[in-house]
Design a protein around this ligand. Structure first.
Ligand SMILES: C=C(O[C@@H]1C=C(C(=O)O)C=C[C@H]1O)C(=O)O
Length: 311
């Protein structure tokens, strides 16, 4: 991440892109970790875990996990940092005084976490947990358990939600970094952007911020990393002995994987690439455009004219 308190040039596009590259590692490793556990769909629906009613909480298990986690993090001042965006609506004030971060971004109201949560729950989780869910199904059938609800649930609700929160916060940071990317590109050529902000034109702004060669290189790098990291984790030996929660032995599916020299950390390279291509990159670009559309808010005509003539 960036230390905004003493960063030499926080808006250097190279420095910003290096943060995005490092976030790839966090996201891929966390997706691989999540792939060990079954889908556990009851964790993503309101009332799916009845114990929460006793806590007076009527959301899903994952929403409760996020609220509890972010409540502590808010007290520790996490969300005063310009690169942090919470999922939870109401959070307590920090117990520490605010740090005087340098003013890097223009004031804005952008928070696309509801979209990130939606596509994570409906598109990410089922795909990255597919192999583990099949293993649980085989183990349950072997124990005579038939019928829905038992086939995609291994009981690892705490472990899975802990990783879900890590993934959601990493994706949120990555997508909202689009604000820094946009500020950097705007400052480099304000006169390119200003006409399409004054007369809002999302298509023109998206064309200006889109760098196809950067996206192509990123997707190629992702495929290599996803394959390498999954193999690395398996070569450490322990995951192959991961006991699924059903007291299962390594079931036939896992034994087949082991025999084929593949591991239990089965995250599919195509899945990682498509999650970026279909969700993370497009959402990042929407944040870039949304930010640009708010970039002149509060500026006087003189300030805008000065920007237009600056570069
Ligand atoms: C993040 C940038 O802006 C856009 C979004 C990208 C992404 O989400 O990976 C990559 C290139 C651009 O199309 C950038 O220029 O680095």
């Amino acid at each position: 991440m960036q230390n905004f308190m003493n960063s030499q040039d926080p808006l250097s596009l190279d420095r910003i892109r290096s943060v995005l590259v490092r976030l790839e590692d966090t996201i891929i490793f966390s997706l691989i970790e999540r792939s060990q556990f079954a889908h556990n769909p009851r964790c993503y629906v309101k009332g799916g875990i009845s114990a929460l009613k006793d806590q007076g909480f009527d959301g899903s298990w994952l929403q409760w996990f996020l609220k509890e986690t972010e409540t502590f993090q808010a007290k520790a001042r996490r969300f005063t940092s310009p690169d942090e965006t919470p999922f939870t609506a109401e959070l307590p004030e920090p117990i520490l005084p605010s740090l005087n971060y340098p003013k890097i971004l223009h004031p804005n109201t952008i928070n696309v976490n509801p979209s990130i949560m939606f596509f994570y729950v409906h598109n990410f989780v089922p795909r990255i947990t597919h192999a583990a869910t099949l293993s649980v199904a085989a183990a349950n059938r072997a124990r005579g358990i038939m019928g829905e609800g038992e086939f995609d649930d291994d009981g690892n609700y705490g472990s899975a939600a802990t990783i879900d929160v890590e993934i959601l916060q990493a994706i949120s940071k990555r997508v909202h970094y689009g604000k820094f990317v946009s500020e950097s590109k705007f400052q480099a050529h304000p006169s390119d952007f200003i006409p399409h902000i004054l007369k809002p034109n999302r298509k023109a702004l998206e064309a200006l911020i889109t760098k196809p060669e950067v996206e192509r290189a990123l997707l190629a790098r992702l495929r290599k990393k996803a394959a390498l990291y999954a193999r690395e984790l398996d070569m450490r030996g322990d995951p192959l002995e991961t006991e699924v929660q059903t007291n299962g032995q390594l079931d036939s599916a896992d034994k087949a994987q082991k025999a084929a020299g593949k591991g239990v950390f089965r995250v599919d390279v195509d899945t990682v690439e498509q999650l970026y291509e279909n969700y993370i990159i497009p959402l990042t670009k929407e944040v870039e455009v949304d930010y640009l559309l708010q970039r002149l808010k509060g500026l006087s005509e003189e300030e805008i004219t000065a920007l237009q003539s600056s570069r």
